[in-house]
Design a protein around this ligand. Structure first.
Ligand SMILES: Cc1cc2nc3c(=O)[nH]c(=O)nc-3n(C[C@H](O)[C@H](O)[C@H](O)COP(=O)(O)OP(=O)(O)OC[C@H]3O[C@@H](n4cnc5c(N)ncnc54)[C@H](O)[C@@H]3O)c2cc1C
Length: 334
């Protein structure tokens, strides 16, 4: 039950890797920490059963890792509450921050915003059914390319991430087909040049299907083919494939922030990349919700840790909030 007169040291909004990483640090520092999570702890990473790039853990499934992080945070005293959707925030004159959730108000000296992002979906048949690298639909080449070694994949998109991730996949897959709905790419010139030079290599494993979209993803238990439609001619063809990688952008879960903190045009939280300070003193942004995020598990956890360390600096000296990023910060220690 929210008691707005009770003042937490820190409220964390979202119990994904960033939020839990932060909670482990704040609660271990004996800061009174409340974590408000809309669904259940875990965030995006619980959708995968194979993580191979989290340093120190050769292989683990998302749920297994998150259960350990949650336990670790709770052992240090973090109060993690599930089914609690944060719907608004307010900065008080005394510097504290009010957090609105389920018609209740919670108050804290600092807030770490860690609501994450969601991959933009194609919205075609088969996408949901096979949404898992094991079944064949993925949204992250960096995460899942090694699982497609020697296989055939289709990549969808035309921006920087799409081009970078597609080029990355050519190092693993035997055949990569890049499907883009226009003739021109949105990606920067240098990336497009790199892409075209790869396409034009003799015996290249990369082919383009331009002016085309994926109309459906098909298969029995796993992806076996995809139907690709040319948007100019209307012609459809079925391509045999083991996987479909969708690189059409991320949608940050920041709608509830409204005008509370500064957001970019596409909704990412503006925060300085060194200390993760937003435009509101005492409010940090961590993980996939912030501008410039690397959109990885390890970096999300790292962001949570940075925010948790920096809020102690803010408690020591609230004026620090307005100072420029400095190379003279004292080491924080552990
Ligand atoms: C299928 C899949 C596989 C992946 N595999 C890998 C991998 O192998 N390696 C890797 O490095 N990365 C991987 N990633 C990416 C990685 O999962 C993300 O980069 C990471 O989860 C980001 O963490 P986060 O805490 O910033 O956000 P999220 O994980 O998105 O967590 C945000 C949390 O905040 C909650 N929330 C949102 N809004 C509110 C609100 N208003 N109030 C309260 N709570 C809220 C959400 O419910 C969620 O629990 C994968 C992603 C997916 C989808």
């Amino acid at each position: 039950m929210g008691n707005e007169n009770y003042i937490y040291d820190c409220i964390i909004t979202g119990a994904g890797p960033a939020g839990l990483g932060a909670a482990i640090y704040t609660s271990r520092d004996r800061l009174d920490t409340l974590v408000l999570e809309k669904f259940m702890p875990g965030g995006q990473i619980i959708n995968t059963d194979r993580i191979e790039n989290y340093p120190g853990i050769p292989q683990i499934d998302g749920v297994g890792l998150i259960m350990q992080m949650q336990k670790q945070a709770q052992q240090f005293g973090a109060d993690i509450q599930n089914g609690k959707e944060v719907t608004g925030l307010k900065k008080l004159e005394n510097g504290n921050i009010q957090v609105e959730c389920d018609n209740e108000i919670y108050t804290a000296r600092s807030v770490i915003l860690s609501p994450g992002s969601s991959y933009r979906k194609l919205g075609v048949g088969g996408e949901e059914k096979f949404r898992n690298a094991g079944a064949g639909v993925s949204y992250c080449g960096t995460c899942d390319a090694p699982f497609f070694k020697g296989k055939k994949v289709i990549c969808v998109g035309g921006g920087n991430t799409a081009v970078e991730e597609t080029l990355h996949l050519t190092k693993f897959a035997a055949e990569v087909i890049m499907v883009h709905r226009r003739e021109e790419f949105r990606a920067t010139k240098v990336l497009v040049e790199e892409l075209m030079s790869k396409v034009n290599e003799p015996g290249s494993n990369l082919k383009l299907e331009l002016d085309s979209v994926v109309a459906s993803i098909d298969g029995k238990d796993k992806v076996e083919s995809a139907t690709v439609k040319n948007v100019k001619t209307g012609q459809e063809k079925e391509l045999s494939t083991d996987g479909v990688f969708v690189f059409i952008g991320m949608v940050p879960n920041t709608g509830f922030l409204d005008s509370f903190v500064g957001l970019t045009d596409n909704g990412f939280i503006k925060a300085d990349c060194a200390y993760l300070r937003t435009q509101v003193p005492g409010v940090f942004a961590a993980g996939d919700c912030r501008v410039g995020a690397a959109m990885q598990l390890a970096t999300a956890v790292g962001d949570g840790v940075v925010a948790a360390m920096m809020l102690k600096q803010y408690f020591r000296d609230p004026q620090w909030w307005n100072e420029p990023v400095s190379d003279a910060m004292q080491p924080q220690g552990w």
